[in-house]
Ligand binder design. Structure first.
Ligand SMILES: [Zn+2]
Length: 282
């Protein structure tokens, strides 16, 4: 079956997971490759089987090169030990529907599926290029371009919200979650990519450190029933993967040209992943 037909079938069968981002009413018709709400707002499914729900174009900082570098290093396993840990937390509690907020190029949701993640899986990102990449490589989830500020997702339908290295909208998470559902948020800890930070910011010690106290406090305000885990490991880099790492990370945006040149001639053999996993229950 073609991707576009598969996506239309998914929308027909699971329209309850969505809402019209314009009027917030439900979608009641899938006609060919078009989706329409009860007030007649239309959205077309793309050839790749994705939906574009943004009401106005947005700019984001991730260009195609960054995304394909992230794809390379993520599929090479940079986040696999972290995702293995997350999978345990999800599988312990439920097998319901998962929404991956800011899913990027889709590799994390796809990897969780290979581990056995069940239920319906929807990944969305504000970046159209990211969703194109996800839809090209992975058929494990339904992919769409969307923004939580104009949400195309229906209330109280989701059991797990994944929020991995992406911005949060806690009010919206609360609306989307079923009673008893959970948000799993991943934020960097102080040694996250520490070797790379030291390489980029040799003369600026203040940029070598990082604290997420504010993020944790804010999360706690919204989800007082909270569990915190720290996941830390080292990942081996080939020269090609080191190049991808340099390209994919927003850290490099703030680094000077000199620092980047220095880094290129001093490639890292390993890099540390150090993150805090926040699991909040509704
Ligand atoms: Zn509508």
């Amino acid at each position: 079956m073609k991707k576009i037909e598969k996506a239309a079938g998914f929308m027909k069968e699971h329209s309850e997971l969505f809402q019209c981002p314009i009027c917030k009413d439900s979608f009641d018709q899938v006609d060919g490759n078009s989706l329409s709400c009860i007030n007649g707002h239309l959205f077309d499914i793309s050839k790749k089987g994705t939906l574009y729900f943004l009401l106005k174009g947005t700019k984001n900082e991730y260009d195609k090169n960054m995304l394909s570098s992230r794809f390379n290093i993520a599929t090479a396993g940079l986040f696999h030990p972290l995702l293995d840990e997350l999978y345990t937390s999800i599988a312990e509690k439920q097998t319901g529907h998962t929404l991956d907020v800011g899913c990027g190029e889709g590799s994390q949701l796809d990897y969780l599926t290979t581990l056995g993640l069940e239920g319906k899986k929807i990944g969305f990102d504000i970046s159209k290029d990211a969703i194109q990449l996800a839809a090209t490589h992975f058929s494990s989830a339904f992919w769409c371009v969307a923004d939580l500020a104009q949400s195309p997702f229906a209330s109280a339908q989701y059991d797990t919200i994944l929020n991995i290295f992406s911005p949060s909208n806690y009010k919206e998470f609360d609306r989307l979650l079923k009673e008893g559902g959970q948000v799993i948020k991943v934020v960097p800890e102080k040694d996250y990519l520490i070797e790379l930070r030291k390489l980029f910011y040799r003369d600026q010690e203040e940029k070598q450190t990082y604290s997420n106290d504010v993020v944790i406090a804010k999360f706690k305000e919204h989800f007082p029933k909270l569990e915190i885990k720290r996941v830390k490991y080292s990942f081996e880099l080939t020269p090609a993967l080191f190049n991808d790492l340099m390209k994919m990370t927003p850290l490099s945006w703030g680094a000077s040209i000199d620092s980047k040149e220095y880094a290129l001639t001093h490639p890292l053999k390993r890099v540390t992943i150090d993150v805090c996993v926040l699991i909040g229950q509704k």
